[in-house]
Write a new protein. Structure first.
Length: 511
């Protein structure tokens, strides 16, 4: 019996056969009928001359313009020897009219085996129907892809004089998991991602137009740094070494400033092993920019200009609506120190408070804190709970305690304070910036202090990076740096209330 059990352990269970519903089975049978008739359901190419939007925009009623258009069948009305259907391409939809006598028996027989979701190519000429709809009169039709899985097309019905939509593909989790279906049946979703691309393109062109160099830095890093976060860990087999997915680009970009570049930036995927919610995804996009001989005051003015111009470029307005709030991105933005902000919104003046006093203040405000966290984290918790959500209009929170910003330069007139700002819009942090610390002696002291916080149990405290310290020991000029969260900026400029709406394929729990 024991031997039999051991043998059973080595048997790999075969997956159960995929269960096909009736519609899928019918489509598979249609596919075979097409192939039996000599029709290739998956040919290699089709020559397209016009998009649906171009046909509609350039329509001339008398011209009968010849066109060749391709896309997916989204509605279909088969009426004996003549049929209408709508074809959807990347630019929109166009109606197609087809007569059996004109395309021939073979083509019409092919058409009768087509379904909503199939991808076809049509050649013909433009005309307008009796109801005034610009359409294409088909002279030939070619099947380009036979769809085997039915598309969940919404249905419309008139109720009390108003159109009501039924069976819409609207379940959010299903939309995120099957973004390909979401884009097909909810074409308005495309507009968010088209606008996202426009935002990134505008920012990139703005930076390169100022003479700054776009660069690439390592995603796999032997020592992670540049932010307070937990990393994802992986292993390099050939070198037998542990590596980390980067949590930020900062330390590598500043190495390039040391090397002699006056301005460098990178649009990058960064990774933080943290929770997932409406505003956080473990894989996210940010742009980091470092400019030599500048400080955080210069960077604040640059950000005001950048955000205002980006909004005008993509929305034609400096005003946007986010989380139900009308927000103006017209400069100048309000500036408020983090200590003054906490005083204004909580009534508590924490200036100069010790760690013990800060804990008492937090407790008095009703915050339950992890006993391992330090003064900087306590201030961050108070700010995040009681201040940040209330900052709706763009606000620069400036001048942070040194412990909260180990990579930032000391304020010249305020001991214990560094030159740092975070920009808060709609109650959410959108970017983080410093006058970068370039004194290698002080930088070593700061990182070693962070190391001691790790020993206390702070998993997000930074690690001493000896190569980075060696780099700035060669001398790094005065420098301003910033990280801008692209996902959140896109949310604000497109009015989306979840980060999953602006990421094509957000991270989700397994099905």
């Amino acid at each position: 019996m024991q031997k039999e059990n051991e043998e059973n352990k080595n048997i790999v269970e075969q997956p159960a056969p995929i269960s096909l519903n009736d519609q899928m089975q019918r489509r598979i049978e249609e596919r075979q009928q097409l192939m039996d008739a000599g029709v290739n359901p998956y040919p290699t190419h089709f020559e397209v001359t016009h998009s649906s939007a171009e046909i509609i925009a350039n329509f001339v009623e008398e011209a009968k313009t010849p066109v060749s258009v391709a896309g997916r069948i989204m509605t279909i009305r088969k009426m004996g020897k003549a049929s209408f259907f709508h074809l959807q391409d990347s630019a929109g939809r166009i109606q197609i009219y087809m007569k059996k006598d004109e395309v021939g028996d073979a083509t019409y027989d092919t058409f009768k085996l087509l379904d909503i979701g199939d991808i076809i190519g049509v050649k013909g000429f433009t005309f307008k129907t009796r109801t005034g709809e610009i359409s294409v009169h088909a002279e030939s039709l070619e099947l380009l892809t036979k769809s085997l899985r039915p598309i969940p097309v919404a249905k419309e019905k008139e109720v009390d004089g108003e159109k009501v939509v039924f069976d819409a593909f609207s379940d959010k989790e299903l939309r995120y998991r099957q973004r390909y279906v979401d884009l097909i049946v909810n074409p308005e979703v495309k507009e968010t991602f088209i606008k996202r691309s426009a935002i990134v393109s505008f920012m990139r062109n703005s930076f390169t137009g100022k003479g700054w160099l776009e660069v690439e830095t390592p995603i796999l890093q032997p020592i992670y740094g540049g932010a307070a976060a937990r990393p994802f860990t992986t292993h390099h087999n050939a070198l037998d070494m542990q590596l980390y997915l980067r949590i930020a680009n900062e330390l590598y970009l500043k190495r390039l400033i040391v090397g002699g570049f006056d301005g460098v930036f990178e649009f990058a995927k960064d990774f933080r092993n943290e929770g997932i919610d409406r505003f956080h995804n473990p894989e996210f996009t940010q742009v980091e920019l470092y400019v030599a001989y500048k400080d955080y005051n210069w960077m604040m003015k640059m950000v005001e200009e950048l955000f205002s111009q980006t909004a005008l470029a993509v929305n034609k307005s400096e005003v946007t609506t986010f989380l139900g709030n009308e927000i103006s991105l017209k400069p100048p933005f309000r500036r408020l120190s983090i200590i003054d902000a906490i005083t204004e919104y909580t009534g508590k003046n924490i200036a100069g408070q010790s760690e013990e006093q800060l804990r008492y203040t937090a407790k008095d405000l009703g915050l339950e804190l992890d006993p391992k966290i330090s003064s900087g984290k306590i201030i961050d918790e108070i700010f995040g709970e009681f201040v940040e959500p209330k900052l709706i209009q763009p606000t620069f929170i400036i001048d942070y305690p040194t412990e909260m910003s180990p990579l930032a330069k000391e304020h010249p007139s305020q001991p214990g304070i560094v030159e740092r700002f975070e920009l808060i819009i709609g109650g959410k942090e959108v970017c983080n910036s410093f006058s970068e610390l370039n004194d290698p002696v002080i930088q070593r002291e700061r990182l070693e202090s962070q190391s001691r916080l790790r020993q206390r149990g702070d998993e997000e405290a930074m690690i001493v990076d000896e190569d980075f310290l060696r780099a700035i020991e060669y001398g790094m000029p005065p420098c301003a740096g910033i990280g801008i969260g692209i996902d959140r900026l896109v949310m604000i400029l497109t009015g989306q209330d979840s980060i999953r709406e602006v990421i094509f394929f957000p991270h989700l729990k397994p099905e």
